[in-house]
Design a protein around this ligand. Structure first.
Ligand code: BES
Ligand code: MN
Ligand code: ZN
Length: 499
């Protein structure tokens, strides 16, 4: 789907989209169409119980007085309160309403409501951004889909007096949208196609954006001493990989130390010898969602040439049961030197992250570290599919991440940590064990485990198990892989670490 910007003019064909503020308030363009159609829009809004709530849409077909084939009304809610996210939501709602309507072209007459603080060009760009995010599809394996079940909409023109400003603002947003879609693609790929070796090879393509990419293979990981990560991978036919991606967007910085992102990349999590039940196991193809987000963030930073030094490190393994698999009770030595008793082979993500966190702080001396992982089912019990769990050893970092999440519509909720939870993972046989004593506070004991591999550096951990995948469509996120975290971290960088 192509998005472009133009000065306002009524289109000769296709759909014309008109924005409406709450309680059926049309802007000048909407009023003009209403007049030329003898009050058609006003009557349709009343008959259709359409009031202009945010993301609400109403289709009016083929009015004789217009060249266009239909008018689509889209709500913005209370006009004066409209924010970036409001326009994104409207863009997404319009794409959802027209995508499979048979229409190929849509011209959006975007009217920023009175009292709204968003500049016109920005509003138009945000609208297109939301549309692009909603238009995402993962359909490469669908070979027999009927033609009229496929999307028809090809071209969306957002009309605004500030078309030039919109174009400029969209260039940056479009880079982020493409990065989000990259993450969604990775999360959606099945595990027979996407495994540690193929995912690592795929990362090399990021060099075309100006990123430096280094792939550490099994030999190298052994030499380094990543015993915790290797233990998880040893049951798989695929070798593990660690991929390091660097973006040096601010080489002259007074403090050149990078921001570091670390991702859990379990390309499939069977649970290993502590095997998972069959029902829903297919979901574990997206257990590399943390790594996919890190890859997406690095993609976004490079694509929009962010003025920041950043490094992304992803630990890629497949957790399989086999004759060579790690057993419950095995003791592994992590890169940090600390030993871990593996009580449950299904608590594998923390083992992978432990070595990646240690490697990252030792090698890159980062100013801060943020890890992302589909780490625990327990975080879904706590927060459902609405917010990610946030854990941190630094209040400033936690607050900045929460603020970025709110700004982009990817909310995170801070969870507690503390010594009492830490005690839960003490082991009689080794320095620690990989699960707590009981079933309580599973997400927190997991975070405490990670914390044992973080020294004196601000660190945050995002448990995205509940938000990396969605079973229902929302305004800018169609069902499937969400790309959660890419927008959040891009915003976190833009607001706190650029320039
Ligand atoms: N990848 C899972 C967590 C998960 C569950 C992600 C559901 C997405 C949806 C993780 O590796 C895992 O298996 N965690 C265990 C930990 C337990 C053994 C302490 C869990 O949550 O049950
Ligand atoms: Mn697991
Ligand atoms: Zn897992």
């Amino acid at each position: 789907m192509k998005f472009s910007f133009a000065k306002p003019a009524l289109p000769k064909t296709g759909a014309v989209v008109v924005t409406v503020s709450a309680e059926r308030t049309l802007g000048p363009a909407g009023q003009e169409i209403d007049r030329t159609t003898g009050g058609m829009l006003t009557r349709a809004m009343e008959a259709g119980r359409f009031t202009g709530k945010a993301e609400e849409t109403l289709t009016v077909l083929a009015p004789a007085a217009l060249d266009a084939s239909r008018v689509l009304l889209v709500g913005l809610g209370k006009g004066a309160d409209a924010k970036d996210l409001t326009f994104q939501g409207a863009g997404g709602a319009v794409v959802a309403a027209l995508e499979k309507s048979g229409e190929t072209d849509a011209a959006v007459w975007l009217e920023v409501p009175e009292g709204c603080a968003v500049p016109a060009g920005q509003a138009a760009a945000e609208f297109a951004f939301g549309g692009r995010l909603r238009a995402y599809r993962f359909d490469k394996y669908r070979t027999t889909e009927k033609k009229d079940a496929k999307p028809s909409l090809k071209k969306v023109t957002v009309m605004s007096d500030a078309a030039d400003a919109a174009k400029k603002a969209f260039a940056r947003l479009d880079a982020v949208a493409q990065a989000v879609c990259h993450t969604r693609d990775l999360v959606s790929e099945p595990a027979n196609v996407l495994h540690p070796e193929s995912l690592a090879e795929g990362c090399r393509e990021l060099t075309s954006l100006g990123l430096q990419v280094e792939v550490l293979d099994l030999k190298k990981l052994r030499k380094l001493g990543m015993g915790a990560l290797i233990g998880v991978a040893q049951g798989s036919a695929y070798e593990p990989r660690v991929v390091v991606m660097r973006w040096d967007g601010n080489p002259g910085a007074e403090d050149p130390s990078p921001v570091a992102f670390i991702g859990k990349g379990v390309t499939f999590d069977t649970g290993g010898i502590s095997i998972k039940p069959a029902a829903g196991m297919e979901d574990m193809k997206w257990d590399m969602g943390g790594a996919a987000t890190v890859i997406g963030v690095m993609h976004a930073l490079a694509a929009r040439k962010a003025k920041v030094n950043a490094v992304g490190v992803v630990g890629l393994v497949e957790n399989m049961p086999s004759g060579t698999a790690q057993r419950p009770g095995d003791i592994v030595t992590s890169l940090s030197g600390q030993t871990i008793e593996v009580i449950n082979t299904d608590a594998e993500g923390r083992l992978v992250l432990a070595d990646c966190l240690w490697y990252t702080q030792d090698t890159f001396k980062p100013r801060l570290m943020i890890d992302l992982a589909t780490l625990t089912g327990a975080i879904i019990i706590a927060l459902g599919n609405e917010q990610a769990g946030l854990f941190a050893n630094d209040d400033g970092l936690a607050d900045a991440l929460a603020a970025a999440g709110r700004a982009v519509g990817e909310p995170v909720w801070r969870m507690p940590m503390g010594d009492a939870y830490d005690k839960e993972i003490n082991s009689d046989a080794a320095d620690m064990k990989n699960v707590g004593n009981g079933r309580g506070a599973g997400s927190i004991t997991a975070a405490q485990f990670l914390k044992r591999f973080v020294r004196d550096v601000p660190w945050a951990h995002l448990d995205i198990a509940g938000v990396a995948w969605t079973k229902k469509d929302s305004a800018t996120v169609p069902k499937g892989g969400t790309g959660f975290g890419v927008r959040l971290l891009d915003r976190f960088i833009a607001d706190n670490h650029e320039g």
